[in-house]
Design a protein around this ligand. Structure first.
Ligand code: C2E
Ligand code: CA
Ligand code: CA
Ligand code: CA
Length: 279
């Protein structure tokens, strides 16, 4: 074995092997999770300055039979690698549309929008726009209430393709938000060409807004940029009153974060809105 070199020997390191086996097991479980009905959706409210709830972001959770709740931060990247994200993403989108349709008959909730995360892997599939158009045909009247959150990684593909796809879906009434803004690959020239509606300031900047002058500067720059491009700006990860005061002062008027509400299952989300003075 020694002659085969260090890498080969390292592979047989029992600790690394354990990690690899655990990952393979999780991958296999992930393939079955959809069929076994193990995914759940949580809803986290989004609100504006007037303490009006404008809608919610839809966040997926995986209720693993042995591991309990697995964070999407763990399984989404894995699903992107295996391709399972396509089926998962289709499911999330369909459930969001179904929820919007249910709310249409409820005066208390009929104005709410839903923001759905779309992975770049999912967005780049050639049939993505066809699938979403199909959904909009089946769930008529919900397109105007749907917002798709993309990340800067979509910009790794040709601008023409990306613009074409976004525009096609915008023509149906769907809105677009650029998630985690400021953390990824971002060509301003490219960004300027995208027909977006909203920039979402990443929570890492919001977290440090009061303590780190450079985070505050980045936030002010993003807000200025959004204003120049005619885009709405929303801050995520809002946890404290101090952060809220600063964001407002800098010109951000849309918020999401634990200060306003944690992600909740649908019944608790609706209960929060019904009892709260927020809506
Ligand atoms: P994200 O899209 O940036 O979502 C925001 C994350 O911040 C969520 O984590 C949310 O629970 C958390 N969060 C919200 N408010 C606060 C706050 O005040 N403080 C802090 N510290 N965190 C807050 P979550 O739910 O664990 O999701 C992690 C990531 O997984 C998401 O980040 C998103 O990238 C991905 N994800 C979640 N659901 C989906 C989905 O349906 N499809 C895809 N493609 N990705 C998803
Ligand atoms: Ca998001
Ligand atoms: Ca985000
Ligand atoms: Ca994030």
């Amino acid at each position: 074995a020694k002659a085969a070199g260090r890498n080969t020997i390292r592979f047989f390191d029992p600790e690394i092997q354990t990690v690899i086996m655990a990952r393979l097991a999780l991958e296999a479980d992930l393939e079955r999770a959809m069929a076994l009905n193990e995914f759940r959706l949580y809803f986290q409210l989004q609100a504006n300055d007037q303490a009006c709830v404008t809608g919610a972001e839809v966040l997926i959770r995986w209720l693993h039979p042995k591991r309990g709740l697995v964070s999407p931060a763990v399984f989404i990247p894995l699903a992107e690698e295996t391709g399972a994200i396509v089926a998962i993403g289709d499911w999330v989108l369909e459930m969001a549309c179904r929820q919007l349709q249910v709310w249409q008959d409820q005066p208390k909730f009929c104005h709410l929008r839903l923001a759905v995360n779309v992975s770049a892997v999912q967005f780049h599939r050639p049939d993505f726009t066809d699938k979403v158009s199909g959904l909009m045909a089946r769930y008529s009247g919900v397109a105007g209430l749907l917002k798709l959150e993309l990340t800067e990684s979509v910009m790794l593909d040709s601008a023409e393709q990306v613009i074409r796809k976004i525009q096609l879906l915008k023509n149906l009434g769907i809105r677009f938000s650029m998630d985690d803004f400021g953390t990824g690959y971002s060509s301003l020239a490219y960004l300027k060409r995208l027909p977006l509606d909203q920039l979402k300031i990443d929570q890492s900047f919001v977290r440090d807004i009061a303590s780190d002058p450079s985070a505050a500067v980045i936030i002010q720059t993003i807000i200025g940029m959004a204003q120049n491009l005619g885009l709405e700006v929303i801050a995520e990860g809002l946890e404290t009153q101090e952060q809220l005061v600063l964001l407002k002062q800098y010109g951000c008027h849309h918020y999401q974060g634990y200060l306003l509400g944690k992600p909740l299952p649908i019944d608790q989300f609706e209960a929060l809105l019904e009892q709260g003075d927020l809506s």
